[in-house]
Design a protein around this ligand. Structure first.
Ligand code: ATP
Ligand code: MG
Length: 371
């Protein structure tokens, strides 16, 4: 997948912009607050039909303007395609077009322009709590397997409901009559989630480890492991046996859950644990190592997507270079092969870039090289 041309009209701080893009690396340089992230946001919007920064459409429209128009020529699924979004201020719903044909919803977008975004907050993925790592897994697997997204939504609904039962059963003991049904349905959904997550991590781990080795000049060994409910003997095994293990666990923990008045176990507590050179990364790894590991996870996600679909997603790297040393910067700029990459940065990198182009952005406009 490649973005060949991007046109913006009254989007964020861009009045008009018309960019021709490189199929390899596009390095977007500019001082703070000039519109670098806005540019990635526009690409992200055309990819997913929503912004990765805000839920409010109004914020995306240039101050004082009444609508914004985003338009991308892309090459994907073996042909030239066009995606366009028109956003209105006020209540008028946004319009999405594929090849000039108006779409009823964003449902037609997936697969046309897939993006993998990496922003400064993601650098903390390894050091942050398990919830962030679960979100990483969920997001990645949802893109690949629609069935996973359905099971996940169902699981969360059941979990909310069961949590309320466990919270209120003393006041209202009749609630316990349905607890068994919930346990049953949750074990089914959980087995599916665990199965998908285990298989995904199984494929992700060796990729991420290889990327981390490349990043660090063979000096760092990254090990990833999927951690789920302890009684599940083989998360990679058939879903029926995962289901049975979960049911047994529920039976033996029934009393404990009633006493604790909360759901004590399940895939909502899963984690993706990381070790670097045999030490738990959360406690012992350096800032640079954990940042690199977070980036390795995302780059591995991108490779898995390519394995699965035969197409490279477009990689959006917001402001990550400044956090990396020269060797790691060089890796990002020169050795991410395969697909198209957008990288924003305030400073020109230490080394040369051997492929791709540099776009200088100043106050919402493309400018010629400032030197
Ligand atoms: P940094 O290097 O600090 O991350 P950046 O180049 O990524 O900077 P952006 O976040 O892309 O900066 O752009 C921020 C600028 O865009 C701000 O100055 C902000 O005021 C402006 N901006 C944001 N939304 C709008 C809008 N709807 N209309 C006009 N300008 C906007
Ligand atoms: Mg920015």
């Amino acid at each position: 997948m490649k973005l060949t041309r991007l046109r913006l009209f009254d989007f964020r701080n861009y009045e008009t912009l018309d960019l021709t893009l490189d199929p390899g690396v596009n390095l977007i340089l500019g001082e703070n607050a000039q519109g670098k992230t806005n540019l990635l946001e526009a690409v992200g919007y055309l990819s997913t039909g929503r912004s990765f920064r805000t839920q409010k459409t109004q914020e995306l429209i240039r101050f004082g303007a009444s609508f914004a128009d985003l338009n991308a020529d892309v090459f994907s699924q073996g042909r030239d395609q066009n995606i366009r979004a028109v956003l209105f201020s006020g209540r008028r719903p946004r319009q999405l077009y594929l090849g000039g044909v108006k779409q009823k919803s964003a449902a037609a977008l997936p697969g046309v322009l897939t993006t993998v975004l990496f922003c400064p907050e993601d650098l903390a993925l390894i050091k942050s709590g398990a919830a962030e790592r679960r979100a990483f897994l969920d997001h990645a697997i949802c893109q690949l397997r629609p069935r996973y997204g359905e099971a996940l939504a169902q699981y969360h609904k059941l979990l909310d409901h069961k949590t309320r039962i466990l919270r209120d059963w003393e006041k209202n003991p009749s609630l316990l009559e349905v607890l068994e049904d919930f346990n049953e349905a949750m074990a089914r959904a959980s087995a599916l989630l665990i199965h998908y997550r285990a298989h995904f991590v199984g494929k992700l781990a060796p990729r991420a480890a290889q990327i981390q080795r490349d990043f660090s000049g063979d000096r760092e060994e990254l090990t990833l492991s999927y951690q789920t409910v302890g009684t599940v003997r083989n998360p990679l095994g058939p879903t029926v046996s995962i289901y049975e293990d979960l049911r047994a666990h529920q039976d033996s923990h029934r009393r404990a859950e009633l006493e604790a008045r909360s759901c004590l176990s399940g895939p909502h507590k899963d984690d993706l644990a990381a070790w670097i050179d045999g030490q738990p990364a959360r406690q012992f790894a350096s800032q640079g190592q954990t940042r690199t590991a977070a980036l390795s996870l995302k780059l591995a996600e991108r490779e898995l997507f390519e394995d699965d679909t035969g197409q490279w997603p477009v990689l959006l790297l917001d402001d990550v270079l400044s956090e990396l040393d020269a060797r790691r910067q060089d890796f990002v700029l020169d050795r991410i092969t395969g697909g198209q990459v957008f990288i924003t940065s305030c400073e020109a990198p230490a080394g040369e870039i051997s492929r791709g182009k540099i776009l200088h952005i100043h106050q919402g406009a493309l400018v010629d090289s400032p030197n």
